[in-house]
Ligand binder design. Structure first.
Ligand SMILES: Cc1cc2nc3c(=O)[nH]c(=O)nc-3n(C[C@H](O)[C@H](O)[C@H](O)COP(=O)(O)OP(=O)(O)OC[C@H]3O[C@@H](n4cnc5c(N)ncnc54)[C@H](O)[C@@H]3O)c2cc1C
Length: 322
């Protein structure tokens, strides 16, 4: 059985278990969130021994070359000595705003720490003091905003989301680290058409990316498709319509699966709507965020409609199944 050395202690680790789970069974809780290799919260460094190839897929090659790996994907085949990655500084920020956007989504506004810089569309990892519970939330704000903005959906029995809904109040300090993610706007081709799509709080990073592109003077058409099961689940409709009025290159399409769509919207499956509405997506830069099956479906349909895989940026909100 491989032996894992961490902070001066040795732990045995079954080859059938991930290093994250093995250490947890010994009471050693490494920071983690999605446990599926998406959020990279459990980025760890091998000081001795070799991490599995699977645990280094999806991280930058420069990090892999330095021995970094994802503990949630690593089933060790030999002894290792590991250390925590210190690539993301931690921040503490005061909550200055909390409001309902619809019955199951809240908007949180955090004072932006002076040293924190980010790209619109990236995400941060919120950590609850006390038990170190950590979850990823996308930034809906843009760097020129005074505050950091998060949109949080209440998940039934969800530990973090219910805590944020029911217990956290304005004035509390929240701790987070990051930013992470590469789903953001780059202003290198201002005439390229953009397609942004997602459901629920998938709008959070898309709202940031959209405002960032407009602020940076993007000239090409920008199409945003935001979906919900039914009209009451949509949010920020007034803000998005106001942007569509102000910027002629921006087009907003609210989408609902059931019932009548709101004015200017479409009823149907969000996975099909962008390609059906726009026809060919050849030459588009595509941003897809939110629920993983929807993001995967949209990625496939966008590719089939002509978008190049390299031009599709996505942020699936992966979560750990119960
Ligand atoms: C990169 C990234 C960005 C994210 N950005 C956002 C964001 O901007 N806004 C936001 O609200 N969330 C976002 N998430 C999801 C978020 O990190 C949490 O997973 C979510 O808030 C649930 O956490 P919880 O502690 O409340 O639920 P948990 O205690 O982790 O889960 C409770 C139960 O609900 C299930 N569950 C968890 N999430 C979901 C879900 N989405 N749908 C159905 N069942 C679920 C679990 O399997 C479990 O059974 C993001 C995730 C990632 C990876």
């Amino acid at each position: 059985m491989p032996i894992i050395r961490f902070e001066g202690q040795e732990y045995d680790c079954s080859e059938d278990e991930t290093l994250l789970d093995s250490l947890a069974s010994h009471g050693v809780m490494l920071p983690s969130a999605c446990k599926a290799g998406a959020c990279q919260t459990c980025l760890t460094r091998a000081l001795k021994g070799k991490p599995s190839a699977a645990s280094q897929q999806g991280i930058r090659d420069t990090l892999a070359a330095q021995g970094y790996f994802l503990a949630c994907l690593c089933k060790p085949s030999g002894d290792m000595e590991i250390g925590l990655a210190s690539v993301s500084p931690r921040y503490s920020a005061r909550l200055v705003g909390k409001e309902l956007l619809n019955e199951s989504i809240i908007r949180l506004r955090l004072e932006r720490p002076a040293s924190f810089s980010y790209r619109a569309g990236q995400f941060v990892n919120l950590t609850r003091e006390g038990d170190a519970l950590t979850r990823s939330y996308s930034l809906a704000s843009i760097p020129s905003d005074d505050c950091l903005e998060l949109h949080v959906k209440r998940v039934p029995d969800g530990k973090m989301s219910n805590w944020l809904f029911d217990e956290v109040v304005v004035g509390d300090e929240l701790s987070f680290f990051g930013p992470s993610g590469d789903c953001f706007y780059i202003s290198d081709s201002g005439d390229q058409p953009l397609m942004l799509a997602g459901a629920g709080t998938g709008l959070a990073p898309l709202y940031g990316i959209l405002r960032d592109a407009l602020e940076q003077g993007h000239r090409g058409p920008i199409h945003l498709f935001h979906a919900s099961l039914a009209t009451p689940g949509l949010y920020l409709m007034d803000e998005l319509r106001a942007l569509a009025t102000r910027y002629e290159q921006f087009h907003y399409t609210p989408c609902v699966l059931h019932g009548d769509a709101p004015e200017g919207g479409v009823q149907g499956n969000i996975v099909d709507i962008p390609a059906m509405t726009l026809g060919s997506l050849a030459g588009y830069r595509v941003f897809l965020c939110g629920d993983p099956p929807i993001v995967n479906g949209l990625r496939q349909k966008s590719f089939l409609a002509g978008a190049s895989m390299q031009a599709i940026y996505s942020d699936p909100f992966v979560f750990t199944p119960a």
